[in-house]
Design a protein around this ligand. Structure first.
Ligand code: SF4
Ligand code: SF4
Length: 136
């Protein structure tokens, strides 16, 4: 565990601006997202693709090595996890096959009931995250 750095002036900085590693864990960066990923664990096949692709290490891994829930302190809502999830992709492809004109992606799929029921990751609005999924 790294120590939270004290505020320093430029005179205290190391030559080259090199700072101690691991300090990002002290700065919660998940409060400026506009969409929120919601994990539907009942549909998850535990492939860990989302964990591997998340650029912010915002998907927890359990002690048993399984996919855990999101760490919303650090999730920026980029949607990469939803885009890469094979379960969600499969559902989108199924919907498009059944309805070739369907315009559906993991970003706006919340309005599609089939996607909502079968996908592993939904990208929802901040309002819906709070009201429907109890995500603060
Ligand atoms: S939305 Fe982006 S930052 Fe958040 S968990 Fe998914 S990949 Fe990581
Ligand atoms: S949410 Fe999707 S990508 Fe992540 S582990 Fe589950 S099935 Fe794999």
């Amino acid at each position: 565990m790294t120590k939270k750095p004290d505020i320093k002036t430029w005179k205290d900085l190391n030559v080259g601006g090199i700072i101690e590693s691991g300090t990002s864990e002290h700065f919660k960066t998940g409060d400026w997202r506009v969409k929120v990923p919601v994990w539907q664990s009942q549909n998850c096949i535990q492939c860990m693709t989302c964990w591997a692709f998340c650029p912010d290490n915002a998907i927890k891994v359990t002690d048993e090595g399984k996919r855990g829930n999101y760490d919303y302190n650090f999730c920026k809502g980029c949607g990469i996890c939803a885009e890469e999830c094979p379960v969600s992709k499969k559902v989108i492809n199924e919907i498009k096959k059944a309805a070739p004109n369907a315009n559906i992606t993991s970003w706006d799929a919340e309005t599609n009931q089939t996607f909502k029921e079968k996908a592993s990751i939904l990208m929802v609005s901040i309002k819906d995250a709070k009201e429907k999924y109890n995500i603060k």
